[in-house]
Every structure is written in C-alpha cells, then in structure tokens.
Design a binder for this molecule. Structure first.
Ligand code: AMP
Ligand code: MG
Length: 421
C-alpha cells in the first residue's frame, strides 16, 4: 500500500533557541512524570536491595529506628564523666566492645569503661577520651597531659543522625551508592522501584548495515542504535531495538506505528532537508503534533520533538555525534522523567578552559572535549574533530564543551560548562 507522502509544505517550522527548546522538553517531561505517577501508569517492582542501584525509588525509605540506635563511641578509648577527668586517675570498671551490651549499670563517679569504636556508651558517661590521650596501668587510667575534654566528645548521641520514621531517601531518587547503603542501614532488604520505561530505537537510512555485516565501501555501520541503547540504559530506560528503517515514506510510517507500543520513540536520521529524509513527513502523516522542528544548536540543529497520540517522540539527526548530543540534551531528560526520576535535567560539569576557543556566533555549540578532574577543580580541553560524524573524536572525549550562542570566543582560563554524555 503506497500512499502519497504528506505535503512537506504543511510541516510546521518551529526552530527554537537551545534554552527555549530545553524548557519545552522539560515541561513535557515533568508533565509525563507527574501523570505517570498520579494515574499509577508507571509500574512498580520489588527488587532485592543488591539489585536496586541504578533504579528509581517508587517509595520513600524511612528510618526504622533511631540512628544511631545507641550513643555510639566514635573512637577507641575510655568512656567517663568529663567532670571526673581533671581530678586525676579513674578506676577502670570494665571493657566494652562493639556489639556488646554493658550490663553493669551507670558509670559511677571516678570510674571509666574501656570502650571500642562502635560500642554503645554506658549510661552516666558523657565523653570518650581517646586511647592515645591516656596512660593506663593497674586498673587505672589518667590523662597523659592536661587537656580540655568537652561533654559529648567522641560520642554521637542516639537519634542524632535520624529519628525512627524520619525520611532517609525520598521517592523519585535514583538509587546510588549512598542510597543503597542508607537503605541497608534501615533494614530495607527489598525496595519498590519504578519499572523501566520502554524506549523504541528506530534508525533510518538506506546506507546502514548491522555491525555484524560486512559493509560495502559506500555503506555505513549502524552505530546510533548501539550508542542510543547505551544512553537509554544509562538514563534508566529499557531500549527496544527495531530493525533499520529504509528511506521510504511508507516504511517509515509503518515503523513508527509499530513503535507506538513503547512509551517513547527515538528516531535517528532522516530529519534533515534531504530528498530522502522522510521522518517528519511520516510523523505528520500519522497526525503528530510538533513542539519544535529544529534547535539553534550545533551539532544537532535538525532535532524534532513532538507527541503522537500521547506518545512523545524525538527525531534525532543521524550524524552520530548529533544523535549523542541531542539525546543528552533532550531525550535523556524525557527518559529519566518517564522512569519517575525527579532529577531529570541534562548534566553539566563546570571546568576551566585550557585554550582559547573560537566559533561563529548564532548557535549554541557542543564541542567534543576532555575534562580532567582533581579536588582543586576541573580543566577542559577540546578534542580536534572532523564534525558531527566523527565518532573517533567522541571516543577520545568525555564530554561536550558548551559555547553559548552569543559567544565568538571563549578565552583560556574561563570557567565553561561541559555537557556530560
Ligand atoms: P541523516 O540525518 O539521515 O541525513 O544522516 C546524517 C549522517 O549520519 C549521514 O552521514 C548518515 O550516513 C549518518 N547516519 C545516519 N544514521 C546513522 C546510524 N544509525 N549510524 C551511523 N551513522 C548514521
Ligand atoms: Mg539518512
């Protein structure tokens, strides 16, 4: 069945500045997340704690008891009453290890208990004097030399970190290293996490062959399906790979129709002005609504974003670096929001520029770059590239240096933003 393609003259032309395009996506992303959660469209799974890192919490994690649950000694030493310390030596009433309960009652005046880090400080004691600061012999202990010891020293009071019932990690947070540790401390052996949104990946192009095939000289390996799948996964989504779509209006329409079983559709290629770029037309033929059909960015200018019968879609340009950058800027936030994650903004690192950068003003640029970090800050230098098809340059880079649309030159030493991929 061959239908005449939709009239390209009908296709809207909405080209937005970068920040405007980003805010349009962000608004739709927030709406998608709120709807998914409010209408309980987003599935929830229970996973073992060990499998939770990388997932998004569907429920809060609360403290199941006070933390610490007892006044915790933070040093090896002697627990005693500060007021007794200056008076001379103390009688050592016993020894207490982490994991042991003290059963001999409150510490009495003139007494100390030898205590290990992590043990519960006995009643009556209000400080722990570090073992390094005392001399002990014949059942007695005294300060090596006069020193001021404040009440509370080397003790974290019960409940100082959190009270039973307090919020430890809120719903909507991606489980990372601290979150999984905190959940374990709360006894959460399983966590309720949101199901991953299924994201359709449709690469278009007659020149494309699969990575396992031997390309002819004029053919190109389909790398975008792989890099996009990796980006989708990193954003918390489940990539669903579709077969490569040929540069034909009917084939493109059919593929998009099939991809509507997913929650988000990503197309690559076919969104430029070429004679065989059919993506916009096919979307238009299927009744899509476009929020923008281009952004004032480089790479990635032809990116399109819209909604087709309630399903968001992005037409990402086919050049591999353009695909990568437009995903990071626009599609990634949408994937994260659909997955219920509240932190869904693109991620930027600030870094000091090592060498001058000159560009033509008018477009916000994202240039492949390498950031080196240490505790004093981050430095960034450009990676030479042959333009938005240069995957070899991208593989040497670890981010994309941002040059705002108004700038023609950024001087060495300036602090710049670097887009994380
Ligand atoms: P297009 O956006 O379709 O005009 O494609 C722009 C450039 O990106 C062309 O050089 C394509 O060969 C290349 N390209 C398009 N899709 C892919 C893909 N899936 N993997 C690698 N390169 C691609
Ligand atoms: Mg193409």
């Amino acid at each position: 069945m061959s239908r005449p393609p939709a009239n390209p003259d009908e296709s809207p032309s909405i080209v937005l500045r970068y920040e405007h395009a980003a805010s349009v996506v962000q608004r739709q992303a927030t709406r998608a997340r709120e709807e998914a959660i409010r209408l309980k469209k987003r599935g929830v799974e229970r996973v073992a704690l060990a499998d939770a890192p990388g997932r998004v919490l569907a429920e809060r994690v609360a403290a199941d008891r006070d933390q610490p649950p007892f006044p915790r000694a933070t040093r090896d030493g002697f627990a005693c009453r500060t007021e007794d310390l200056q008076a001379g030596g103390l009688r050592v009433a016993g020894q207490l290890r982490a994991g042991e309960a003290w059963t001999l009652g409150a510490i009495r005046p003139g007494e100390a208990v030898e205590i290990m880090t992590g043990a519960s400080v006995p009643h009556g004691a209000d400080c722990v004097v570090m073992v390094e600061h005392v001399t002990a012999s014949d059942g007695r202990v005294s300060l090596r030399e006069p020193r001021a010891i404040a009440a509370g020293e080397n003790i974290v009071p019960a409940g100082a970190e959190a009270r039973a019932g307090d919020l430890i990690v809120e719903a909507g947070r991606r489980v990372g290293i601290a979150e999984v540790g905190a959940a374990a401390a709360c006894g959460a052996g399983q966590l309720g996490v949101f199901s991953r949104p299924r994201v359709a990946i449709l690469a278009t192009g007659d020149e494309l062959v699969d990575v396992m095939e031997k390309p002819l000289t004029h053919q190109i390996r389909n790398s975008n399906s792989y890099s996009l799948a990796a980006q989708v996964r990193a954003a918390g989504g489940e990539p669903v790979a579709f077969p490569v779509v040929r540069d034909d209006p009917d084939a493109t329409e059919k593929a998009i129709r099939e991809a509507r079983s997913c929650e988000l559709i990503l197309l690559t290629g076919g969104v430029s002005m070429g004679k065989y770029d059919f993506v916009e037309q096919a979307l238009l033929g299927l009744g899509a609504e476009f929020y923008f059909t281009g952004a004032q960015i480089q790479p990635g200018k032809p990116v399109v974003f819209g909604m087709i019968e309630g399903t968001p879609f992005f037409g990402l340009p086919g050049n591999p670096i353009s695909t990568m950058v437009t995903f990071a800027l626009f599609a990634g936030p949408m994937v994260r929001a659909l997955g219920g994650e509240s932190d869904d903004k693109p991620r930027f690192t600030m870094a000091r520029l090592e060498e001058d950068v000159r560009v033509k003003a008018g477009l916000t640029r994202f240039l492949p770059a390498r950031v080196e970090n240490n505790f004093r800050g981050a430095r960034v230098r450009r990676i030479a590239w042959q333009g938005s098809g240069d995957l070899a340059a991208a593989a040497k880079a670890n981010g994309f240096l941002v040059v705002p649309e108004t700038a023609e030159r950024v001087a060495a030493g300036e602090i710049v933003a670097v887009l994380e991929i």
